[in-house]
Design a binder for this molecule. Sequence first.
Ligand code: ADP
Ligand code: MG
Length: 633
Amino acid sequence: MEQKQFQAESQRLLDMMIHSIYTHKEIFLRELISNASDAIDKLYFQSLTDDGVQMNKSDFCITIAADRDARTLTLTDNGIGMTRKELEEHLGTIANSGSLQFKKENSLSEDNQIIGQFGVGFYSAFMVAKRVTVRSLAFGEAQGYVWQSEGVEGYTIDTCDKDTVGTEIILEMLDDIEADEDGNGGENYSEFLDQYRLQSLVKRYSDYIRFPIKMDMTKSRKKEDSDEYEEYIENVTLNSMVPLWHKNKNEISEDEYNEFYKDKCGDYTEPLCHMHVRNEGTITYDALLYIPSHAPFNYYSKDYEKGLQLYTNGVLIMDRCEDLLPDYFSFVKGLVDSEDLSLNISREMLQHDAQLRQIARSIERTIKNELKRMMKNNREKYEQFYQAFGLQLKYGIYQDYGMHKDLLQDLLLFPSSHEGKLTSLQEYIDRMPEGQDKIYYAAGESIARIELLPQTEQVKDKGYEILYFTENVDEFAIRMMQTYQEKAFQSVLDSKLDLETDEEKKTLEEKQEASKDLLEVMQKTLEGKVGSVKLSGRLKSHPVCLSSEGDLSMEMAKTLNAMPSSEGGQVQANTVLELNPNHEIYQKLMDLQASDAEQLAEYAKLLYDQALLIAGMPVEDPVAFSNRICKLM
Ligand code: ADP
Ligand code: MG
């Protein structure tokens, strides 16, 4: 028996390795299983050319056994095993990866998926074990060897009796540490001896290892013809082995896709659709993506966390890789599996963002195309999607100074005056009558409120369709877009709509000239409340309406002022009180302007409050408003 020391640097390195590379100590199981899988892969590779390997593919397996009394966890594989030299080189030297070497020396077939590359994963065992014993018989050797270590101090190697090829790793678990009074500092290692915990860890990290991972599980069942229960042992295969996304699409039923979603994505309802892609461009990856049928309860809050699962070679690397999804598609669930990724040493991150960005861009295109297809071929489904996530698309347009508009604008839908249905911008354009050169919209609290707005009458009379913006973000998003297919967006609540004929304009100008004094008095009375008072050519049944001029609409001002950050600094739209010269009220005002200035002032204020109410804005002084009405009555 020979005693060897780690070199001083190695000791420090090992200490770092054990305590700072990994965020979760539970990944030790993933690492040991991955090593076992690699060992089997290597022996399988050997069997392709070597008749000496007496194994069928179906004989290969990995076994886990937990002994709670002895506090040991044992992992066994019937892979290639390690010679004495290999034990020393691969387990005794940090960052020496026999697997990486193997990959370099052998041109591997598609069938081989060696996972190891860094030569550190093994040491993660010391995060949970006080002593690790490795018993191994290498293929083609007669003598087995045992390697044993308690971590930093070094290791021993000796001969041992082992008559089956492969490796057995025995972890003697650390003792649990009780938490202090405040509940801090506690460590639980016994959990890794619990069969259900082990089962769920295998499911989580190693579900797609291609060889069966087996464990004897103690279960209980009712005895026959009796009310008593008995315990029995069942040998359970813990992993599902074949990743659904590696199967052929036509071999997977809709049900299988849906079950997988419900199982993996934590949703109990069926998804709206799935996307199964195999990309073989500059970067090779598989992806299985889903769009949920409803928004999670916290979707539109800060608590929602977007991301896709990231696998490489069937091993889970990241549970939620945020960088794979842009915010506007944050509702998508699923996973990406790629062999082309360069991982960082802990396998918790990627080394090169460029690869990730490439995958993300390609995924983004996939999602967009799927949504476009759905919109075209299954409108009902698309509207269901839009109900749940349309708001997010609009935020996407508004975000980043509108740089995603080309990607997202074709996915938008708005309610409109056309048969009260949701319409896309393209459909709106397709319906535009000759002579219409703008896309008209009106913003308001609800469709019903918008339809009552006086300003919509004239536009509808001209035969123009109006998009209804009922969500706060709508107008902001559209202003970011500015145009769609070179057609400008135009709010019908803007005072400069300019839909009158030349003749109408001429008559209006004449009347405006005649009412100069009236308008001046009214404007003075309403100073600080409205920017200007004007005669309007577009009103039919209403005496007045309130419009705005310039970049900031009344609805936008309302939204901005309602934001917590706006406190103190309120913004104001530049408003215009429009007066209908064909309404009898107008004549009344003209009369008063000559006879009773005081009364005129009262009426001006009253009309202004009316205009506010119709526009869906709060009256500034409800009591004064009410008093004026009472006086009138
Ligand atoms: P990596 O897997 O990244 O190479 P590890 O630290 O996990 O690094 O393992 C180091 C090396 O030890 C492996 O490359 C492999 O050569 C060897 N090894 C580890 N576990 C086993 C095993 N169960 N059977 C055979 N060889 C193993
Ligand atoms: Mg490894």
